[in-house]
Design a protein around this ligand. Structure first.
Ligand SMILES: O=C[C@H](O)COP(=O)(O)O
Length: 245
């Protein structure tokens, strides 16, 4: 399986930041992993026009319906039309800020797959849930509830993002990451049978200085990077670390 370095720009990025895309493309023409950047929707088409080689452009959310009276929303087909190939779904910030449930994330994932997008479904526990010993129970529930039956290893990626590690500079221990990723691998194998092919990303304060040790953990097939994906130099260093893993 080809590994994936995915960057989530969140609500960051304007025209001037497209220079970072050009810098990434020119510095990493033939990486040994796939690269993905998910900018705000306003930049998707402009970034897609500049993305060449192994850089793909994705979105951060989509609506579950194909069209209709949903002010402010964007359908999966519209994202494809803009040049996106992937979409992040069920990020903890969407779950927290917009109250997205597992069922809603699953419906969005179904729409994404139907439109031909790769769905990156996010799961992860809060700090209180980890402290209460509920990590695997929470993640198991999210995995079961958010990933559609139509998911395949080719069309669906799972991202493990502990909520407490996002943007905090804190990360789980390597053993904790290994435990969750092994749990995800086993859960996918039980449900879909071909889990070896599902790519499992780790996300939460990944940066150049810790990427190498995280990518050496079993069943980590890449990363979903927030802050460090905004600068080509930092994201490029993470791409290098993944290519070397
Ligand atoms: O989607 C990305 C994650 O939320 C991680 O963000 P971060 O790398 O800024 O911690």
């Amino acid at each position: 399986m080809r590994k994936l370095a995915a960057g989530n720009w969140k609500m960051n990025g304007v025209e001037a930041d497209l220079a970072e895309v050009d810098a990434l493309v020119s510095a990493h023409r033939t990486p040994r992993c796939e690269m993905l950047l998910c900018p705000p929707a306003t930049l998707i088409s402009r970034m897609a026009a500049r993305a060449t080689g192994d850089l793909f452009i994705g979105a951060q959310d989509c609506h579950a319906q194909a069209s209709g009276a949903h002010t402010g929303d964007i359908s999966a087909a519209m994202l494809v039309d803009a040049g996106a190939t992937h979409v992040i779904l069920g990020h903890s910030e969407r779950r927290a800020d917009h109250g997205e449930t597992d069922a809603e994330v699953r419906a969005k994932a179904e729409a994404a797959l139907a439109a031909g997008l790769v769905a990156i479904v996010c799961v992860g526990e809060t700090e209180a849930q980890r402290d209460a010993g509920q990590t695997l129970e929470v993640i198991g529930g999210q995995l079961a509830g958010s990933v559609p039956e139509a998911a395949t290893a080719r069309t669906t990626v799972i991202a493990y993002e502990p909520v407490w590690a996002i943007g905090t500079g804190r990360t789980p221990t390597l053993e904790e990451i290994a435990e969750v990723h092994a749990f995800l691998r086993a859960g996918l194998a039980k449900r879909f049978g071909d889990a070896e092919g599902f790519r499992l990303l780790y996300g939460g304060s990944v940066k150049p200085s810790n990427a190498g040790e995280i990518f050496a953990v079993a069943n980590v097939d890449g990363a979903l990077v927030g802050g460090a994906s905004l600068k080509a130099a930092d994201f490029g260093a993470i791409v290098e670390a993944l290519s070397a893993a």
